[in-house]
Ligand binder design. Sequence first.
Ligand code: UDP
Ligand code: MG
Length: 348
Amino acid sequence: MTARPMYSIVAPVFNEAGNLQRFYQEVKAALDGIGESWELLLVNDGSTDGSQELMLQLAEKDSRLRVISFARNFGHQIAVTAGVDYARGRAVILIDADLQDPPAVMPRLIAKWKEGYDVVYAVRAERRGESFWKRFSAKIFYRLIHRITDIDIPVDTGDFRLMDERVAAVLRQMREHHRFVRGMTSWVGYKQTGVEYVREQRVWGETKYPLRKMIAFALDAVTSFSFFPLQIMIYMSLILAIASLLVGLVISSLRLAMGEEFFGGQATTIILLLLLSSFQLFFLFVIGQYVARTYDESRDRPLYVVASTFGLSEAQVANQRTSVASNVEPVKDNFVERETVEVAGHGV
Ligand code: UDP
Ligand code: MG
């Protein structure tokens, strides 16, 4: 393997066949302009549309490309994580492969990094070509997360960002399964800043984030960085207790004044019962979300399974806990502990 590249570009790919060629061209154009070394890590997250063949074709021609192919679809956040795990650059840039994050913005992220920032995130000043519903739900989502989480996650930023190698080193130590990568990079700290850009329309294909996945993603984001949903239960219980006292007082005085018949009947009881049961079930769901995640973490399964790699050194592949590479020598003893990186001031 050659010397470490200056920049590692990490792009998750899930059925992006129609975008890959142009994506590669634009990344190349943006980075070659800077005149420093780079590598492009394409993480194939179980594509079924010929993306794999296309990536290999590109990588055959350009030795700066690396392809990491998962054994199945593990999801966007996990794909990004794998890219960071294998990245060797002094700075790592996360970018979508569908050209919604324009590669031409990368030099601006790099410029900020050179000014001394450790994380430079790209802020969506405008979103083009997305449905009203997507824009609306995203707006609410980012503001909610910002309000209820304990760390400062900037609003309207996706995963499109640059991070210094020391931030990437900390991320590699964070092996949680339900990942909210943008929150995790905020959590690390150091000097962070934003750069505004216009989020473009998807060039080809459709979004891989249907409503179901967006809800799951939002739940991961909230539970990863906040106990707020658990804490509001105490307020709810206080409100209900006070309400029941007041209602009790009112009803008993009315009955004393107007006789036994007043407020009799099952209808009120049934309505109240259903209302309170629905509250309780809702909060059981909330607790369940945290419990299920705790269970997931305690199983400590590997985050992803690599089926094959291309363009990576054997040492790199061997260093990963979970990989079985097909085009390099199969690695037998591949459950090597990751080297731990000490980071001053951050308890992990
Ligand atoms: N992606 C992935 N695995 C998935 C879903 C998406 O690797 O399960 C990739 C996808 O190929 C793209 C990026 O993650 O490069 C962002 O996905 P998408 O564009 O569908 O999300 P959106 O921009 O609509 O939020
Ligand atoms: Mg997209």
